[in-house]
Design a binder for this molecule. Structure first.
Ligand code: ZN
Length: 274
């Protein structure tokens, strides 16, 4: 018997004449609260990221289909498996956009990344899909909504696509921001803080993260505090289990501690990037 997956959580918020839908996989059973989003405008849907586990990807697709509007496209924010695996499970028929760097990585290493996750069994897709369209930084108009695409470098990942909706003060930040969960830390912590600091000085008010619930500037500031504490811990020589224990002790309210097991070998022991 395979244990049933916990139910996802969905949140809807109206902002002006659009609706933002956030679909969050579970916080429990080793899930890391993957948050994928839909911008619903008058005649179209724009999706951001494809979930990780195949059942959640299919449920996210069903949720989108129930809105009864065509999916214009899906943007993939970056190349971490918990964002793109689900694209192959449920979004093969949708135009997928990603940064050129993300497309290049998936073309070179996507199949190896999928093979590395063989223990997932049927929770992983059967095959990979490579985004067909390059998302270039700059403005895009989709169904009368202005999206500003940004290429953010050296934060939670080397290359991250974020989408701002300046007319709605909405910033789709994906893994620049973790909301309520432990962060996936990288060697870019110092630069990451600088990027978050700039965001705190921007006009944006609503932030859609890659993990956890939609948040506000307090949620962004909370990430700066978390990364600052982590940098101090590294500076004191903490690593591996000692580092994990320290961070959980400092942030006992944060959810999804299984993320430590994913990034610690990469941060401290140079394990492969995927
Ligand atoms: Zn992620």
């Amino acid at each position: 018997m395979v244990a049933a997956l916990p139910d996802p959580i969905t949140i809807v918020r109206r902002v002006g004449d659009i609706r933002l839908h956030t679909f969050i996989s579970a916080f429990t059973q080793g899930n890391i609260a993957n948050a994928t989003h839909i911008v619903e405008s008058e005649n179209a849907l724009v999706l951001v990221d494809g979930q990780f586990l195949a059942p959640y990807a299919r449920q996210f697709r069903q949720y989108a289909d129930r809105l009864g509007k065509p999916i214009d496209r899906i943007y993939l924010s970056h190349r971490h498996p918990d964002h793109w695996f689900g694209l192959a499970s449920a979004f093969r028929d949708v135009p997928i956009y990603a940064l050129q760097e993300t497309i290049d990585f998936l073309t070179a290493d996507g199949s190896t990344s999928l093979q590395d996750h063989w223990t997932m069994g049927t929770l992983a897709p059967d095959d990979i899909i490579i985004p067909q369209h390059v998302a270039n930084a700059g403005d895009v108009d989709i169904d009368g909504v202005r999206y500003v695409l940004h290429k953010v470098t050296n934060t939670e990942i080397d290359f991250l696509l974020t989408l701002a909706l300046p007319d709605y003060l909405v910033y789709i930040a994906q893994d620049l921001i973790y909301s309520g969960n432990h962060l996936y830390l990288t060697k870019y912590m110092n630069n990451w803080i600088g990027v978050l600091q700039d965001i705190l000085h921007s006009d944006y008010e609503i932030f859609l993260p890659g993990h956890g619930f939609p948040t506000d500037k307090n949620g962004v500031a909370d990430n700066i505090q978390y990364i600052t504490v982590a940098m101090e811990a590294v500076g004191r020589g903490f690593s591996n289990e000692e580092f994990k224990k320290f961070m959980i002790g400092q942030f006992p309210e944060k959810k999804c501690p299984s993320i430590f097991n994913i990034y610690i070998p990469r941060l401290f022991d140079n394990a492969s990037e995927f």
